[in-house]
Design a protein around this ligand. Structure first.
Ligand SMILES: [Fe+2]
Length: 379
């Protein structure tokens, strides 16, 4: 057995993220904060509460909210352009995975203005200097970006590139279910399913270890128990807090032990059809789990079955039906044709999936024909 586990981010599970943020910024100059968010968060009134608290504490943050879903390098540059010579010392990110990932990139570039982010993406420029401290406040319970050491941002042509480096760990993540109370049901379902897939794939990964298992199994338990409630009754604070906790645990687990076939297929599937990432991984889950089932070792299955709250005599072959039932509970599609997949696109999507790094860690080895078969079975 040989593995390392490195996770330097301070975690604050909070009842009042704004107050905790002010406390975390105690040593920051009042004019040194760059505050990143998106227009949806502003419109929902979530940013106002946090910004008001900052202003009450005499901070004068620069606020940038022009971050789209699926951001690209030009969006990172735009975020940097608003600074206009101000001496920024801290980056605060309030939002979903897109905002958090842009914040990681911005923190890196502010720490070393010589860097060209696209060159870093293509690994033509090494990261040599420490980034600025980034404090992340997630507003969805899904991506886990607040606890991972990867930032996924498209290059200048929109091709999604992950920069994977310990420098991308945030200094601090403040997780507050109160900020998720107004998340619409559909987004609650898709982001929550993304977190479930993170934890299942992390647990089944060939790179899984005893420590990542603790996080993954705890996340799976929490999501299975609380996601349907958070979906049906978004105002249930306990459900929101439990989902926020579970999604963060899922993020830690997959950051350490990698993802698998679902995410390998989701990259090209979502890219081809411009699907929401969470929707893509959710609909891919049943057929992928049916493919994986014969390769799940008995002792791992016992732990997974227990975490999924399945009966003691259930066999791995029930996983596909389990996933489909959960998707139906969340009013989500269960077949890939329902999200637009066309049979003629399967070969190209399968071929791209075989080149995704995480496919090598899937519990069952998957080659080109296997990827095609999973997509056909899920159609
Ligand atoms: Fe994901």
């Amino acid at each position: 057995m040989s593995f390392s586990f490195y996770f330097p981010t301070k975690l604050i599970f909070s009842e009042d993220a704004a107050t905790d943020l002010v406390q975390e910024l105690a040593s920051a100059p009042k004019d040194g904060v760059l505050f990143l968010t998106d227009k949806g968060i502003i419109q929902a009134g979530i940013a106002t509460k946090v910004l008001d608290k900052l202003k009450q504490a005499s901070f004068q943050p620069i606020v940038f909210d022009d971050i789209p879903g699926n951001p690209n390098v030009p969006d990172v540059k735009k975020a940097l352009s608003v600074i206009e010579g101000r001496q920024i010392t801290h980056v605060v990110a309030l939002g979903g995975g897109s905002v958090l990932d842009v914040a990681k990139a911005v923190g890196l570039l502010l720490g070393d203005p010589e860097l060209d982010y696209e060159e870093v993406q293509w690994r033509r420029q090494p990261i040599k200097k420490a980034p600025l401290p980034v404090i992340g406040i997630p507003t969805t319970a899904g991506t886990g970006s607040e606890v991972t050491h990867v930032a996924v941002v498209g290059d200048s042509k929109g091709f999604k590139m992950g920069v994977l480096n310990p420098a991308m760990f945030m200094k601090c993540a403040i997780i507050d279910g109160n900020l998720m109370l107004s998340l619409p049901p559909q987004l609650t379902a898709t982001t929550g399913m993304d977190a479930l897939v993170h934890s299942i794939e992390a647990f089944l990964s060939k790179k899984a270890n005893n420590i990542s298992d603790l996080y993954a199994l705890s996340a799976i338990r929490g999501i299975v128990k609380w996601l349907p409630e958070a979906y049906k009754n978004g105002a249930n604070l306990e459900a929101r807090q439990q989902m926020a906790m579970a999604a963060t645990l899922a993020g830690i687990s997959f950051d350490q032990s990698s993802l698998g076939l679902v995410h390998a297929l989701a990259g090209p599937l979502c890219g081809t059809y411009h699907l929401h990432h969470g929707l893509g991984v959710a609909v891919l889950l049943p057929a992928t789990l049916e493919f994986d089932a014969p390769a799940i070792p008995t002792e791992r299955w016992d732990l997974l079955r227990d975490a999924l709250a399945l009966p003691a005599d259930a066999k791995p072959e029930v996983l596909g039906d389990f996933a489909r039932d959960l998707l139906k509970t969340l009013d989500m599609p269960t077949h890939l044709s329902e999200v637009g997949l066309e049979a003629e696109k399967i070969p190209a999507i399968a071929e791209t999936a075989t080149r995704m790094a995480m496919i090598g860690f899937n519990v069952r080895s998957a080659g080109l024909e296997d990827c095609q078969q999973v997509l056909e079975a899920g159609l």
